[in-house]
Write a protein that binds this ligand. Structure first.
Ligand SMILES: C[S@@+](CC[C@H](N)C(=O)[O-])C[C@H]1O[C@@H](n2cnc3c(N)ncnc32)[C@H](O)[C@@H]1O
Length: 460
């Protein structure tokens, strides 16, 4: 067994992750990977490190609001090590029952001495002891009087995201989504049906790595793995037996359901999660052309195809807004897995909710509209187009598709019920041809719409 290189505790390593994110603007997953590579924590310490750093980042809004109650100077003007030491300790005090509050306080005091200066010890101790004493008395803004602040502070989400969901979904639904976004999601993998089957892969995962793995609920190729694991290090990964992918994402290829032997355009296709899935569903027969505007992401498509043993996928540099000029009426199936605001995958990336800005959205909506219009022109009459996003936002999803249909009478929505499990259909829209998947269903928040180009002219 690998031994830890150092005697750094999980809390100290979590502090290093928080500091990289706060001071250097690093992405949490990259900062965590760096810290793990350098200090090599193992087993429970490795799991606790992830829990502490990701948990603190997810709950940042709540933690900072709570701390502000106990500080005279704003948190933003505190010494940056002290700021993150306090955040880390408050996360443990408020959310981790298994860690005694005294242990969280004591270690915070030691970290303050080591990373800031010995004179901070008394201050850190006093603030945290007060948080422990008074935590039961903390009351959030009233839910009825001020639902935006109530949800943003209690469930730690940006105010603008809460406002958007409240307007579209109401209080109950918004709270359910925010709660789900604060849970650690399982990792899911997709069985490569061309090389193995799900039972066999489950057996290998158990035998080779002792992984607690279970079949996923909705996608017949999916396997859900709990806890932290270096899946990429497994022989089964290197042998191309699986691809790491969320279950929602697997359902997109199933909604398109391309026939073996057909020509498929995947116009925003890197790194090839859905393209490789489609190739597997097609028995690697036919041709799938993946476009993307980033060469380094296209290289990942090729790498994934090589590992999974797929020959029917080509990856080429191209702008999805211009496919109409290159492929007039040639494709049998088209996937538009559009760039989007990503509000459906906040549970996956703990710091992503704080990085997004509402000002970015109008340009995305306009880009999606141009991509859809251009892609549609490359579809043969009778062909099928699936539009998908990983967001929960009407303007990018249902409204985008409705606008497209208004502009393109030669397209109709097509019933998704024959293609996707009906238990997913919480809003009852699958018969109309689209579905909004939500994180509280246990998968990423995706939108999927299936459209068919009529054989002749328009509807009227
Ligand atoms: C949601 S991701 C696609 C994920 C991919 N379908 C998969 O399953 O692995 C959106 C992709 O669109 C690409 N993209 C953004 N603007 C584009 C454009 N104008 N033309 C083509 N691709 C674009 C991004 O680089 C990104 O890889």
């Amino acid at each position: 067994m690998r031994r830890p290189m150092t005697s750094y505790s999980a809390r100290e390593l979590a502090l290093k992750v928080l500091d990289e994110v706060d001071a250097a603007g690093a992405y949490a997953n990259i900062a965590l990977t760096r810290v793990v590579a350098k200090y090599q924590p193992v087993g429970r310490e490795r799991a606790l490190l992830t829990e502490l750093s990701y948990g603190t980042l997810r709950r940042l809004n709540t933690i900072d609001w709570v701390l502000a109650r106990f500080l005279r100077k704003p948190l933003s003007s505190q010494n940056r090590w002290i700021r993150n030491i306090l955040r880390l300790a408050v996360y443990q005090i408020l959310y981790l029952d298994r860690i005694p509050p005294a242990a969280a306080c004591n270690e915070a005091v030691e970290l303050a001495k080591k990373y800031a200066a010995p004179h901070f010890a008394g201050f850190v101790n006093a603030v945290l002891r007060r948080v422990v004493r008074e935590k039961e008395k903390i009351s959030f803004p009233d839910r009825e009087e001020n639902p935006v602040d109530h949800i943003a502070l209690k469930y730690s989400h940006p105010t603008w995201v809460v406002e958007l969901w409240l307007k579209e979904l109401g209080v109950e639904e918004t709270i359910r989504i925010c709660e789900a976004n604060n849970q650690t999601p399982a990792t899911t993998i997709r069985t490569n049906f061309l090389r193995t089957n799900r039972e066999e892969l489950l057996r290998r995962l158990k035998e080779e790595a002792g992984l607690p793995a279970l079949p996923t609920r909705y996608a017949p190729e999916g396997i859900s793995v709990r806890g932290f694991h270096n899946l990429q290090d497994l022989p089964a990964f290197r042998e191309g037996l699986f691809f790491v992918q969320d279950e929602s994402s697997m359902l997109v290829a199933r909604a398109l359901n391309p026939a073996p032997g057909s020509f498929v355009l995947d116009v925003c296709g890197a790194p090839g999660g859905k393209a490789t899935h489609m190739a597997e569903l097609m028995g690697d027969r036919g041709r799938i052309l993946v476009l993307d505007i980033y060469p380094h992401r296209l290289a990942l498509v090729r790498e994934n195809c090589a590992r999974l043993g797929l020959k029917s996928v080509d990856a080429v540099l191209g702008d999805a807004q211009e496919v109409d000029r290159q492929f007039g009426l040639a494709a049998d199936f088209i996937l538009v897995d559009a760039p989007c605001s990503g509000l459906g995958v906040l549970r996956r990336k703990p710091d992503s909710r704080w990085r997004k800005q509402p000002e970015q959205i109008p340009a995305l909506v306009a880009l999606q509209r141009r991509i859809l219009r251009s892609a549609a022109a490359a579809l043969r009459p009778g062909g099928v187009l699936v539009y998908s996003t990983c967001t929960v936002h009407r303007a990018e999803n249902e409204a985008q598709v409705r606008q497209f249909l208004a502009d393109h009478p030669e397209f109709v929505l097509e019933d998704l019920r024959p293609l996707l499990p009906c238990e997913l259909d919480v809003k009852g829209t699958m018969k109309e041809g689209f579905v909004q998947l939500l994180p509280y269903q246990g998968l990423d928040g995706f939108f999927i719409a299936r459209l068919r180009r009529l054989l002749t002219g328009g509807k009227g």
